[in-house]
Design a protein around this ligand. Structure first.
Ligand SMILES: NC(=O)c1ccc[n+]([C@@H]2O[C@H](COP(=O)([O-])OP(=O)(O)OC[C@H]3O[C@@H](n4cnc5c(N)ncnc54)[C@H](OP(=O)(O)O)[C@@H]3O)[C@@H](O)[C@H]2O)c1
Length: 324
């Protein structure tokens, strides 16, 4: 099969490689579309190695059709249209994945839009609802609101009745976030988000913050959380080292939760995917929640697609169409 491989100079090449072998309780997917995540950019730079046992090929999600079933894989049959969360291997013609990480494509969705769902909705759901335990009506701050994860998180907050405030990098991105359901926000290049977010947080502070930024936002995040607030750290885009006011943590009974999705056991991922199917897929089928796609590239244009994501100008997902 063909897949995107990384050479010694971090160039990406669509070239021949070995097809992954089917295993117990796995399905083989003929990939029609895959999508780009920030993690792929970091992996390409050598900063985010795949977890043990995962494919070395980039790509954390895909959409396509089931073409083979491993022993004990009972849920799907060949020809089913599916999308899947992968620990790696999405920038390829075929992927093999535990059937618990696979979901049917929501009715009415194209392969392009289906590839934009698994990683960002699983990340947003896992961290906001399962890790932070968001309750209806509680206020949320979502950093990088126009990112793939951010656009999923905004829509989930709106659908589950929690007001949210976003940060992002331009006023036009802010407008899109508000259209998607954010209540307020701020442009990180104009001013610190603290003043506007504090207005939003009044009078009790926010309950949950979803933060992929890390060090630079830590002090303001802790200030904005109310009693019993939860900060879920999912990325370190501004750095990993910061001073922390432990008194604030203790007196407000705050919880800081570090979380990654990719390296979790397949059993844990299956729980996240099952909740998505039950709670979120019906909302997508009803049109209440959308897969937000910024641009679509052919897989042969993967370098240009990476450049676009790295420019910080995208809103939602960049999708790659896989040729056969
Ligand atoms: N822990 C996990 O399991 C997990 C899973 C998935 C994703 N993530 C993390 O979630 C984040 C979003 O991922 P994604 O794939 O959805 O990203 P994405 O669509 O590529 O968007 C990332 C956005 O982050 C903003 N940004 C970049 N550098 C920044 C900085 N130094 N400070 C503040 N904002 C910055 C930019 O938007 P603006 O210019 O509009 O701010 C950029 O467009 C990434 O950090 C990723 O690693 C974590």
């Amino acid at each position: 099969m063909k897949a995107v491989l990384i050479d010694d100079h971090q160039n990406l090449e669509w070239t021949d490689t070995e097809q992954p072998r089917i295993g117990d309780k796995t399905v083989c997917i003929k990939i029609h579309t895959t999508a780009i995540n920030r993690a792929d950019i970091m992996q390409r730079r050598g900063l985010y190695p795949p977890p043990p046992g995962a494919s070395q090929v980039l790509g954390l999600e895909c959409a396509g059709e089931v073409v083979a079933l491993g022993n004990g894989a009972t849920r799907y049959k060949t020809g089913d249209r599916v999308c899947a969360l992968l620990a790696g291997g999405g920038y390829a013609q075929y992927a093999v994945v535990d059937e618990g990480s696979v979901l049917p494509i929501p009715k009415g969705l194209s392969y392009v839009h289906a590839a934009a769902l698994p990683e960002v909705f699983a990340t947003a759901w896992l961290n906001i609802f399962m890790e932070a335990g968001l309750q209806p009506g509680e206020k949320v701050i979502i950093h990088a609101g126009a990112s793939g994860v951010g656009t999923a998180a905004i829509q989930l907050c709106k659908a589950f009745s929690s007001p949210c405030f976003v940060t992002c990098g331009s006023n036009s991105k802010l407008d899109v976030c508000i259209e998607l359901g954010a209540d307020a926000g701020s442009n990180r290049h104009e001013a610190s988000f603290l003043t506007r977010a504090a207005e939003f947080a009044k009078p009790d502070g926010v309950a949950v913050i979803l933060d992929p930024v890390g060090a630079a936002y830590l002090a303001d995040n802790l200030q904005l959380l109310g009693q019993g607030g939860r900060l879920v750290l999912i990325g370190l885009m501004s750095g990993a080292k910061a001073d922390i006011d432990l008194a604030q943590l203790m007196m407000k009974r705050l919880r800081m939760i570090g979380s990654t999705l990719r390296a979790r056991q397949v059993k844990e991922k299956a729980v996240v995917m099952a909740q998505l199917e039950e709670q979120v897929w019906p909302l997508i089928e009803r049109g209440d929640i959308a897969a937000i796609v910024d641009q679509v590239f052919a897989i042969e244009e993967v370098t240009a697609a990476h450049d676009l994501v790295t420019s910080d100008s995208t809103i939602g997902k960049v999708v790659l169409r896989v040729s056969h």
